[in-house]
Design a protein around this ligand. Structure first.
Ligand code: F6P
Length: 377
C-alpha cells in the first residue's frame, strides 16, 4: 500500500463555540503549546465562535505568551457564540430582509488568512457545523465540549465533572439549611435533555429524590417519597431536578421559545419552582427551590477537566499532523482517540434508566419519581 502523504501544515485556527464550559482555555493552551513546541506551527484564535472566519479582523495570534496562565481560567479567552446560525446573516436586498449564506465567504477567508487547518471546540451543534465546513474543503478537527455530557461517541466531555462538583457543593450547603428549617429543598440543575449533571450531583450530594429527563416522573411517587421520609423521622428532604425533567403526563418547562430573540434552542427552566408549589400543595410542607443556573458553567475547571481538556487539545495537534480531518478527539476506555464527525452528529448520549448508576442509587433508597423496584420503603 502506498504511504499516505502527510499534510503540509503551517498555520492553524482554533475556535470555541456554543455555551462555555470550564476547560475551554485549557484546550486552547494544550493545543497551542503542542502546536508550537512540537510542530512549530503558527496558531490563530478566531473570536466569538466562527466570527473570525466571517470578519477576518476578529482573530488574535496565539503564542506561548498568550496562553500562559490559562490552565485554571474559566470561560474562553476567544469568546463564545451560542446564539443564531453562524452560517447566516440577515441582510436587506431590494427592501426585503433575506438570509445570506456566509459559508462561501468563510471558505474564502480561511484561504485569505493563510490557514491550513481549523479546530472547532464545541458540542453536537458545533460538530455539525464543523462537518459542514469539512465538506466544503476546510481541513477541520473537533474537540468535544459541554457541561451536559450529552455528546455521543465520547465517554465524557470536559466541563461536565466541574459542573457536577459545583452542583454537589451547592447540595452540601442546601443539606444544612434544609435540616435546620425542616424544609423540602429543591435544586434545579442544567443538562438540557440529559440528566447526567442531576444524576451524578444528586448521588454525590446525597439527594433523596432525583428527577431526570430520561425517567419521566409521577407526582404521587415524589410526594409519597417525601411523606415517607417524614414518617421515618427525617424532617427534611433534598430533591435534585434536571431542567429537562418532566412529569409523565406533562410537558417540558420552557422559559422562552425559539422564535423569541435569536436563541437557537428552546430555553429550559422553571421546573424547580413548579415542583416546590406542587409539593407544598399536596403535603403542606414548606418548600424552597434554588436554580443553580450558569454558576455550573463558570469558574475554574477541577483537576480532572484540566487534564482531559489538555489531552484533547494535544490530541487535536496529532490528528492534524496525521491528516485525520473530519474527526473529533474523544475519550474511550481512558484513551483519547479520533472518531468521525458522522458518528457523533445527530445523536445524543442519555442516562440509561436501567443502568448501573440509577439502579445502585435506587437500591440505597433514592427515588426517581417512579416505583422503586430495588427496595421496599
Ligand atoms: O448546553 C449547556 C447549557 O448550559 C445547558 O445545560 C443549558 O440548558 C443551556 O446551555 C443554557 O444556555 P444559555 O447560556 O444560552 O442560557
Amino acid at each position: 500500500m502506498p504511504a499516505q502523504s502527510l499534510p503540509d501544515i503551517h498555520r492553524i485556527a482554533i475556535s470555541t463555540s456554543g455555551g462555555d464550559a470550564p476547560g475551554l482555555n485549557a484546550v486552547i493552551r494544550g493545543f497551542t503549546k503542542a502546536a508550537i513546541l512540537k510542530y512549530r506551527w503558527e496558531v490563530v484564535g478566531l473570536l466569538n465562535g466562527l466570527e473570525g472566519l466571517v470578519d477576518t479582523a476578529k482573530t488574535i495570534p496565539l503564542t506561548l505568551e498568550a496562553v500562559r496562565g490559562l490552565l485554571p481560567r474559566g470561560g474562553t479567552i476567544l469568546g463564545a457564540a451560542s446564539h443564531g446560525n453562524p452560517f447566516q446573516r440577515s441582510v436587506v436586498k431590494d427592501g426585503q430582509a433575506v438570509e445570506e449564506d456566509l459559508r462561501p465567504q468563510m471558505v474564502k477567508n480561511f484561504r485569505y488568512l493563510g490557514l491550513d487547518a481549523l479546530v472547532c471546540i464545541g458540542g453536537e451543534g458545533t460538530m455539525k457545523i464543523a462537518a459542514d465546513l469539512g465538506e466544503r474543503g476546510i481541513p477541520v478537527v473537533g474537540v468535544p465540549k459541554t457541561i451536559d455530557n450529552d455528546l455521543a461517541g465520547t465517554e465524557l466531555t470536559f466541563g461536565f465533572h466541574t459542573a457536577v462538583q459545583t452542583a454537589m457543593e451547592a447540595l452540601d450547603r442546601l443539606q444544612t439549611t434544609a435540616a435546620s428549617h425542616h424544609r423540602v429543598m429543591i435544586l434545579e440543575l442544567m443538562g438540557r435533555y440529559a440528566g447526567w449533571i442531576a444524576l451524578m450531583a444528586g448521588i454525590a450530594g446525597d439527594a433523596d429524590i432525583i428527577l431526570i429527563p430520561e425517567i419521566p416522573f409521577e407526582m404521587n411517587e415524589v410526594v409519597d417519597a417525601v411523606l415517607k421520609r417524614n414518617r421515618r423521622g427525617a424532617s427534611f428532604s433534598i430533591i435534585v431536578v434536571a431542567e429537562g425533567a418532566r412529569e409523565k403526563a406533562g410537558d417540558l418547562h420552557v422559559m422562552r421559545c425559539a422564535s423569541e430573540g435569536t436563541y437557537a434552542n428552546e430555553r429550559l427552566g422553571g421546573i424547580g419552582d413548579w415542583l416546590a408549589e406542587k409539593i407544598h400543595e399536596q403535603t403542606g410542607l414548606e418548600c424552597r427551590s434554588t436554580t443553580l443556573g450558569h454558576i455550573q458553567r463558570g469558574g475554574s475547571p477541577i483537576a480532572f477537566d484540566r487534564i482531559l481538556a489538555t489531552k484533547f487539545g494535544v490530541k487535536a495537534t496529532g490528528m492534524i499532523a496525521k491528516g485525520r480531518f473530519n474527526h473529533l478527539a474523544v475519550l474511550e476506555g481512558g484513551e483519547i482517540i479520533a472518531r468521525p464527525f458522522s458518528e457523533v452528529v445527530g445523536r445524543e448520549k442519555n442516562v440509561d434508566p436501567e443502568g448501573q448508576t440509577v439502579r445502585y442509587a435506587e437500591r440505597m433508597g433514592v427515588n426517581f419519581g417512579r416505583t422503586n423496584r430495588e427496595v421496599r420503603l
